[in-house]
Ligand binder design. Structure first.
Ligand SMILES: O=C(O)CCC(=O)C(=O)O
Ligand SMILES: [Fe+2]
Length: 233
């Protein structure tokens, strides 16, 4: 059962226990398939040559530090898998759960995510404080967590330093950041290995799926990001 949403910062909402165990199992199965390709899940290489500890595969648009493209020039040159409609539906439901918004323009019903990053963390993986800022849309980011619990550090829009709030994200939790928090720094300083419920189908590790509106393509939904706060940085 979903517990009450908690507003961690203005526009940043944690909804514990939002995904049912069945839905989590389904997503774990889907992530296994997405991880195989056409662009395989891999550790991203940063422009300075460092290699991320998290493994990532993208849907809809390929993200590599620090831009989106349709093809994965940094992996195998293949075009990324299309963005699945059911993830867009899940994104709209997530926004409604976090913000309680309906079908009005700019509300949950008009959310049209077109890119997903699927991240896998083993027990030693971390993600440093960063902003999700390659999107041209100011629409919220929807984040779903499955498997091992972690510390999710949610900060401010000015720097990667304090003030920030550490939130424990548990399997099934939803976290949405939009509005004034859309371009806040955030990261994952710690994963707790072995804390996952085996019923979700992940023996070890943590999966995180973020849904984003890139604002990059023309077509339905492309202008909807205008309804959300414009990025300022
Ligand atoms: O793993 C998480 O909870 C956050 C992932 C994230 O920030 C990202 O993919 O940009
Ligand atoms: Fe992020």
């Amino acid at each position: 059962m979903a517990r009450e949403p908690v507003e961690v910062a203005p526009g940043a909402v944690h909804v514990p226990g939002w995904l049912s165990v069945e839905r989590q199992r389904e997503l774990v199965g889907a992530c296994r398939a997405w991880a195989r390709g056409p662009v395989p899940m891999r550790r991203m290489v940063l422009p300075g040559g460092g290699v991320m500890s998290v493994r990532t595969v993208c849907l809809g648009w390929h993200w590599q530090p620090y831009r989106y493209s349709r093809t994965a020039g940094d992996v195998n040159g293949a075009r990324v898998a299309p963005f699945p409609d059911r993830l867009a539906d899940l994104g709209r439901a997530a926004l409604a759960a976090a913000y309680g918004e309906g079908d009005e323009d700019g509300g949950a019903g008009s959310y049209a995510p077109d890119a997903a990053l699927v991240n896998f963390y083993d027990g030693a993986a971390r993600m440093g404080m960063h902003q999700d800022k390659e999107e041209r849309s100011g629409a919220p980011v929807v984040s779903l967590s499955i498997g091992d619990s972690c510390v999710f550090r949610f900060g401010n829009t000015v720097s990667r330093n304090r003030p920030y709030t550490d939130v424990e994200l548990v399997s099934g939790d939803l976290f949405v950041f939009g509005g004034p928090s859309r371009f806040a720094f955030h990261g994952v300083p710690k994963v707790f290995p072995g804390t996952a419920d085996p019923a979700v189908g992940l023996r070890t590790g943590r999966l995180n799926i973020t849904l984003r509106e890139t604002g990059l393509a023309s077509g339905p939904g492309a202008q909807r990001g205008r309804e959300w706060p414009k990025r300022t940085r």
